[in-house]
Design a binder for this molecule. Structure first.
Ligand code: ATP
Ligand code: MG
Length: 501
């Protein structure tokens, strides 16, 4: 569906214009028609009266053929009303006896309105371009039922229009004034409505959802300038209600966001602990080796406490073993630490190496070759060290799992994970590619769904990728995954390069 954006002002403008236009149309249709009809009626009524009067007065003079008095009467009748254009009297043979035409009698008028009934009057419209005006109603009144003759009078109907013209101008003026008032009203009204709405829009747009703090929120209700009224009376309307609801909504949003953040943190932590579970066997092995070394050294030392030279050698070996155990425990502690939201300048290559060191406690790790295509001190970014290490851990763990799956099909497969880092413009791109089992095309979009896993119960939670994705997004970076089923899988990460500014 096509969407049209029409500001409130234009909506009001159209509505007002339509209302005024409909009002004018109805006015013309009903009121003006009525006025016109009644004026027309009045004019014809006075015309008929004048004609009848002339007919009555003419009887005597027609009988005695007193043409000069008849002429006077005819002229008097014409002059009695300004709407009368002409007046004339004919005898029963339709011979003109008296008329008011100064430039001679127009013959065509004679037969224009013949009164055949003889007992009543006859009125017809004449379009008399040759005469004084264009629209004339010709009234024919018989004298003594037409036995003596007929009286004819022409009434000018254009005068109805002339009379109405002044009122029409007033009417048009009122129409224009109403339109102008309406448009200014629409303008004022729309500003009254749309200005606070625009402010609400701007205020909500400038709200940083990731950085909401109830102390920092400037309630949207403050943005509306209150109308100052006497007696400290505050006039509120629906927009104030709306703004109030907005404020409430933002506060609720802030609470929900805080809850979300803490749930996410808890989720991250439990996912981390779950991944530690998968490392337990490897870690136990890693601690057990130096421990048994320690034990055998101790045994030998108790057997030969006097052999100082040999014991000194053993002590050095024991110190080696304890540092090994310490480093395992340290890296574990480091990984399980609840991450704070502090971001610091970090070298991505170091974070990757730390993670590789930790992941090698997985038993299947020794079957995998890791190719590192990066250097040191080149790829700095501002990040949360723990979180980014967790992302690398999740990705590498998936790669090792995928290679393991490939071994199930082909025992002689050489598992390789290639890690490259590149610094281009103001970004750092990390690519982690494995030659494991791969992902089918239809499943690739599900990988980032929380709890999507193809692994056995207890082996995968299905949270690794989705948590990594949200961590990367939270760092304003990007994470995507490509794969060719049975061939390879590549995870691309994009970080923002650290600059001193
Ligand atoms: N490198 C990869 N090669 C093949 N499949 C992968 C790879 N990375 C992810 N996947 C697929 O995506 C799914 C989801 O991965 P994700 O890391 O979110 O969960 P998981 O590994 O199953 O469980 P968890 O990471 O919580 O232990 C995996 O089950 C797997 O099918
Ligand atoms: Mg995983």
């Amino acid at each position: 569906m096509r969407k049209l954006y029409l500001p409130i002002f234009w909506k009001l403008f159209i509505a007002i214009l339509l209302t005024v236009a409909i009002f004018a149309l109805l006015n013309i249709l009903f009121v003006w028609n009525k006025v016109f009809n009644s004026m027309e009626y009045e004019i014809s009524k006075s015309g008929i009266n004048i004609a009848k009067n002339l007919a009555y007065q003419s009887i005597h003079y027609l009988l005695y053929k007193d043409i000069s008095t008849l002429q006077k009467l005819t002229e008097n009748s014409k002059n009695s009303d300004p709407t009368i254009v002409y007046s004339f009297v004919v005898d029963n043979n339709n011979e003109v006896l008296a008329h008011t035409f100064e430039n001679g009698f127009p013959k065509e008028l004679l037969n224009a309105n013949l009164n055949k009934e003889n007992d009543s009057l006859s009125i017809i419209s004449i379009n008399a371009t040759n005469f004084v005006s264009k629209n004339i109603k010709d009234i024919n009144v018989p004298v003594l039922n037409g036995k003596l003759g007929y009286v004819r009078i022409g009434v000018n109907y254009d005068s109805v229009w002339l009379d109405l013209k002044d009122s029409l101008i007033t009417f048009i003026l009122i129409f224009i004034i109403f339109t102008i008032l309406g448009i200014s009203g629409a303008f004022l009204f729309s500003r009254l409505i749309s200005n606070p709405i625009k402010k609400v829009k701007l205020a909500t747009e400038s709200l940083d959802i990731t950085n909401i703090d109830s102390k920092n929120i400037k309630p949207i209700s403050q943005i509306r300038n209150k109308l100052k009224t006497p007696f400290r009376l505050q006039v509120n309307d629906e927009i104030d209600d709306l703004i109030e609801k907005f404020d409430e909504m933002i506060l609720r949003l802030e609470k929900t966001y805080q809850k979300l953040v803490s749930t996410q943190q808890a989720m991250n932590q439990s996912e981390k602990l779950a991944s530690i579970g998968t490392l337990v066997a490897g870690i136990a092995h890693e601690i057990n080796n130096p421990l048994s070394g320690l034990q055998s050294c101790l045994r030998r030392m108790t057997e030969r406490p006097d052999n100082i030279a040999q014991n000194l050698k053993y002590l050095a070996l024991m110190s080696d073993s304890t540092s090994k155990i310490q480093s395992v425990v340290n890296s574990l502690l480091d990984f399980t630490r609840v991450s704070s939201s502090n971001k610091t300048k970090q070298d991505i290559s170091i974070l990757l190496d730390n993670t590789i060191k930790l992941i090698q406690y997985r038993q299947s790790f020794n079957k995998v070759l890791i190719k590192k295509l990066y250097e040191r001190e080149k790829y700095f970014t501002l990040c949360n060290k723990n979180q980014i290490e967790q992302v690398f851990f999740n990705i590498l763990k998936n790669s090792i799992d995928a290679i393991e799956e490939k071994y199930k099909i082909n025992e002689r497969h050489d598992g390789v994970i290639t890690i490259s880092i590149q610094s281009i413009d103001s970004y750092i791109f990390v690519e982690i590619q494995d030659n494991g089992i791969g992902i089918q095309k239809k499943d690739i979009s599900k990988v980032f769904d929380p709890f999507y896993t193809t692994k056995d119960v207890g082996k995968g939670t299905g949270l690794g990728c989705s948590i990594s994705y949200s961590i990367i997004k939270e760092h304003n970076g990007e994470m995507e995954i490509e794969s060719e089923f049975m061939e390879w899988t590549k995870v691309n990460l994009k970080f923002i390069k650290y600059t001193n500014e």
